[in-house]
Write a protein that binds this ligand. Sequence first.
Ligand code: ADP
Ligand code: MN
Ligand code: MN
Ligand code: MN
Length: 337
Amino acid sequence: MAKYRLDYIWLDGYSPVQNLRTKCTIKEFDEFPTLDQLPEWGFDGSSTKQAEGGDSDCILKPVALFPDPTRVHGILVMCEVMLPDGTPHPSNARATIADDEGTWFGFEQEYFLYQDGRPLGFPEEGYPEPQGLYYCGVGYSAVGDIGREISDIHLDYCLEAGINHEGINAEVAKGQWEFQIFGKGSKRAADEMWVARFLLQRLCEEYGLDVNYHCKPVKGDWNGSGMHCNFSTEYLRETGGKEYFLKLMDAFEENVEEHIAVYGPDNDQRLTGLHETQSIDKFSWGVADRGASIRVPHSFVKDDLYKGYLEDRRPNSQGCPYKIASRVIKTIQSVSV
Ligand code: ADP
Ligand code: MN
Ligand code: MN
Ligand code: MN
């Protein structure tokens, strides 16, 4: 028998952006436990906007587990929030995903590191050098010192936790970074994104920094932050074809409002038609077009096959990957093959 430290993680009931919450419990197991060995747990929903004070118990149902590389015998336990009767809580977007294992998602999370109410590297008054040399930049003037250290440590933590972190780049604005998470199965991909956000935020606590996920934290000629959503289904990867692709794009166009509704708040500040975006009220697709709503990679149209994955560029950095995946799958499923 050994004692394990279980950090249960869930999303609260704040709107429009849910926050990560966590609490820790110690349990004994013969060896590293499996998901079905982890008990359900409860919390006070009246403190997280998930219940009224008089009847405040909500249930934490473990749905994914990750070894915690930063704690002795630590395990990160991603949970869905359930009502006492065992049905999903209204804030539980994960439960709305019509999962199918053949769906793959790749999320590109952009974010700013923030200190003293401004992006890391911004002077107290005014602005740093205009954008230009920050994107994929090298050297202190471009990326400072702490930003790279944090994103590198975060990468190591994710890989050790079994999260499919796929890469890092310094982004277009000063103090702005990106990492990518890829998963086979939409729930798996979205779980990994939330736990990757958790690891990043907890790491930044040690530096006295916040992760600012707002999609346009700095007004003016500074890039906003997105969370491009790359997706494919088994049918898109193995069959595809131009006719199906055009039907799919029609369905995306018909559902513009439904998609934007779950693609993160304040997206009108970011989807302006400038800074490599399409404007919020328009829908377009284009091959290798970073100004389109959906960018079609060259590989997709190669030999006229229309096969592979697509990139929806509209979701923003505060978007919930459960809600985004759920909506994308819904639109795909509305199209007959
Ligand atoms: P860019 O910045 O040019 O848009 P990135 O390399 O940052 O490109 O992101 C590409 C994303 O596409 C990655 O997250 C990757 O995992 C994802 N991706 C690649 N192939 C597939 C696929 N078949 N299905 C879904 N996502 C995919
Ligand atoms: Mn990218
Ligand atoms: Mn990017
Ligand atoms: Mn992208």
